[in-house]
Design a protein around this ligand. Structure first.
Ligand SMILES: [Zn+2]
Length: 151
């Protein structure tokens, strides 16, 4: 159980310019670009476990995830997509969509968790991985793709 007030909650205070799209139930924003094209779909309210939501809202969220996945696929052309549903650090359930590429150093492994360094498998944590900033035109193309999916 979280005891985070809305004033101090990171996801209740996402800077407007970081929000790529809003739906009636979620915000969509880029995640860290350790996996280029990584996005998050964040439920708007303070709920920590999807089981707490009525089916109607669960379905609306899943629809947002699938529409976002189609936009990711269209713009970033990954070889595969990975999905993760979390709510551990912030009191908002949220999905991560990780585009995966055959050229990833961790291709075939769960995202972020297992990277090979000098032939050894390590779990360096996100701070040791390198973000690849998105080109402005790629970010713009993704925003447009989202607009199409949600229209
Ligand atoms: Zn919040």
């Amino acid at each position: 159980m979280f005891y985070v007030g809305r004033d101090s909650c990171k996801y209740c205070n996402i800077p407007e310019e970081k929000i790529l799209h809003r739906t009636p139930v979620s915000f969509i924003m880029f995640g860290s670009q350790l996996h280029p094209g990584h996005v998050k779909i964040i439920y708007r309210e303070h709920v920590e476990d999807i089981r707490e939501l009525p089916p109607r809202i669960q379905n609306a969220l899943w629809s947002d995830v699938m529409k976002t996945a189609r936009a990711v696929d269209r713009v970033f052309r990954p070889d595969r997509l990975n999905y993760q549903l979390l709510g551990n650090w912030e009191p908002h359930i949220h999905w991560h969509i990780y585009p995966r590429y055959r050229t990833d150093p961790d291709w075939g492994q769960p995202p972020i968790l297992h990277w090979k360094v000098d032939g050894r498998r390590v779990s360096p944590g996100p701070t040791k991985m390198k973000e690849i900033p998105l080109a402005e035109e790629q970010a713009g193309a993704f925003k447009e793709a989202l607009k199409k999916e949600f229209s």
